[in-house]
Design a protein around this ligand. Sequence first.
Ligand code: C2E
Ligand code: MG
Ligand code: MG
Ligand code: MG
Length: 290
Amino acid sequence: EAKNRGKNQIAECTPGLRSKVEVTVGMMRQLLRAQERNELELFYQPQVCCGTGAVVGLEALIRWRHPEKGMIPPGLFIPVAEQTGLILPIGEWVLRTACERNKAWQDAGLPPVRIGVNLSVRQLQNPGIVDTVKAALRDSGLEPRYLELEITESVVMKGTDTIETINRLKELGVYISIDDFGTEYSSLNYLRSLDVDRIKIAMPFVQGVEESRKDRAITKGIIVLAKTMGLGVIAEGVETRTQLDYVTEHGCDEVQGYYYYKPLPSAEMEELLRQQGLSERLVTLGRTGH
Ligand code: C2E
Ligand code: MG
Ligand code: MG
Ligand code: MG
């Protein structure tokens, strides 16, 4: 009796820990099967040029279409994938799928756009990532300049090996960008130690521009910093006209956010590109007078 009570006490002492482990293991099992069962899917969020309003890029964002639970956002399963190492096969699937999709759209005659893929720190700590990216490009036939790899600032904290890996990725001719810029410890150090192509201003700064003088100063400051360093800059999470106008006025190149578009399923993304292709052709016809 006393023994059993002892056991139960242990279980009761650590319910949080116990259920956390159970949830992780349970989700890992389901994630393992999700890939085989084609439950993973990419959505695509358009990136819009501030000057022209044209869609010039996309970000691929993973979703899990769970047979019972419906659509699960990445925030709920990517951390588990990272903890368990499943991010390696899943990340490779994302890379291959994004490259193939983008090449297929180009082959169908749609206006060419860059496609952004998020890389986890865990993927970058694996030196095999360079070959994985190379293979995804080769097998899809996508030109490297149409692929953008989004990395978060924390990778620089992981040391020189990771920096070396990023430099080798850059040598492939792909675009490298810093995601969620300004939210980690080493933002500026990062810009010193790495040759990146562009900065993605983190959402909280952009969304604060109406309310907060500090967020206005930070957002403007990041744009000026990027431009001074000769880098591209995109504002994430633009939801209002005021936010769009503010970043445009201060020289931001592109925006991504609900003001223009939410992440779209593949078919809707394709339709949007088709519309844009048609209107571009009309403009060209108008100019040449035919
Ligand atoms: P992220 O890379 O910073 O992606 C942007 C996130 O902001 C997306 O959330 C997008 O839907 C959301 N977003 C864009 N515009 C707006 C807006 O105007 N308002 C608001 N409230 N949200 C906006 P999502 O798709 O849930 O992805 C969350 C995070 O999950 C991503 O943040 C990224 O870190 C990670 N993630 C997504 N797909 C992948 C992937 O394939 N691999 C890896 N390793 N991580 C991924
Ligand atoms: Mg991203
Ligand atoms: Mg991110
Ligand atoms: Mg981001």
